[in-house]
Design a protein around this ligand. Structure first.
Ligand code: B12
Ligand code: SF4
Ligand code: SF4
Length: 272
């Protein structure tokens, strides 16, 4: 088995079932200097990108926190921590290859543009929703980790064609927050609405309206967890029998505005 296959097999049980490879030159041609391979891992030849399609990651995560309740109670961002532990375990598959891992968590100090990375890795197309959407899983995918490697792994052929092409855009019509002022998702309109109203607390009507990958929608608890960290997290804790008060981070809110400040939103549109 190649190192890629071994790594893929090691991360699949954690629910990271989407894998794509980008050639270093391709990434460098699309990335700002601070995110190019020369800066992040000089000599890197390829980048492998891991994501999750549908509820597989959530299922593995819930199994893990059910068995080890401290993985929920003691972590500020338990799902991100689960991803990191899973990657650390799988990393041995890379043997002596020089590499550097990056994560998509909002608390990272280096924010790779994971949607762009996923797109270049052939994991989906850009969408009106602002999310990368996948031919099978639609908007129900997450991008989790990427590894810059000093190894020329074969990259995936071609980009996924525009999956919004020809769609009557129910996402736009169903958004109560008018967050698509020019027909595409706008972060300020969306976060402004979320600040002013609780309507989108447990789910995003625009994401729910996309016809692609409906059967792969995340479980309700996962949707709630991603949409509102405080209420979603308490519902998750209750569902696995964690007593109220046992979770050190119960009540931690969604931090939308904090995250945006941290990553210096908005980066200039690259047009790619
Ligand atoms: C900060 C952050 C936020 C902030 C700000 C969002 C934003 N627009 O940047 C807030 C808190 C508001 C937020 C909200 C959400 N986020 Co968010 N967020 C991030 C984070 C941590 C950093 C994003 C970043 O660096 N932004 C700075 C620059 C890059 O942003 P930008 O200028 O808006 O981005 C433009 C470029 O990407 C450019 N672009 C250039 N080339 C290409 C190519 C493609 C294919 C695409 C799509 C875009 C693109 O167009 C973009 C849009 O104008 C990323 C993880 C990561 N490291 O990428 C997750 C991430 C983007 N978020 C994600 C998700 C799922 C969400 C939410 C749905 C939350 C939820 N409930 O689950 C919402 C709604 C997002 C939406 N509709 O786009 C996913 C997206 C997965 C996917 N399928 O695309 C990511 C990748 C995290 C993950 N674990 O998968 N998020
Ligand atoms: S979270 Fe609400 S306001 Fe934002 S895009 Fe979704 S439906 Fe619209
Ligand atoms: S509903 Fe249609 S336009 Fe909107 S994101 Fe899905 S495919 Fe694209």
């Amino acid at each position: 088995m190649s190192s890629l296959e071994t790594l893929r097999a090691a991360l699949a049980p954690a629910g990271m079932n989407l894998v794509g490879v980008v050639a270093a030159d391709t990434w460098d041609a699309h990335a700002p200097a601070a995110q190019q391979t020369e800066t992040l891992l000089a000599g890197a030849k390829s980048i492998v990108v891991f994501g999750n399609g549908g509820g597989a990651l959530w299922k593995s995560f819930v199994a893990d926190i059910t068995e080890h309740t401290e993985h929920l109670c003691e972590e500020l961002h338990p799902l991100d921590a689960f991803v990191r532990r899973s990657v650390k375990r799988a990393d041995a598959a890379l043997g002596e290859i020089r590499r550097r891992w990056f994560y998509s968590a909002a608390t990272e100090t280096i924010h790779l543009d994971f949607r762009k990375l996923g797109w270049l890795a052939g994991l989906g197309s850009r969408s009106r929703l602002g999310l990368l959407i996948h031919p099978t899983y639609g908007p129900w995918i997450g991008l989790r980790a990427a590894c810059f490697l000093d190894a020329p792994w074969p990259s995936d052929d071609g980009l996924v064609p525009d999956l919004c092409d020809g769609c009557p855009a129910p996402c736009v019509k169903s958004c109560p927050g008018r967050a698509f002022p020019d027909g595409r998702w706008d972060v300020d309109s969306c976060s402004g609405f979320k600040r002013a109203s609780d309507t989108c607390r447990s789910s995003c009507a625009a994401r729910e309206a996309c016809p692609l990958g409906r059967e792969h929608r995340y479980p309700d608890l996962a949707v709630a967890y991603h949409n509102h960290r405080a209420t979603g997290r308490s519902a998750l804790a209750a569902s696995i029998g964690i007593a109220p008060g046992a979770d050190r981070f119960q009540g931690v809110g969604p931090h939308w505005d904090d995250w945006r400040k941290r990553v210096g939103i908005r980066a200039k549109e690259s047009g790619t």
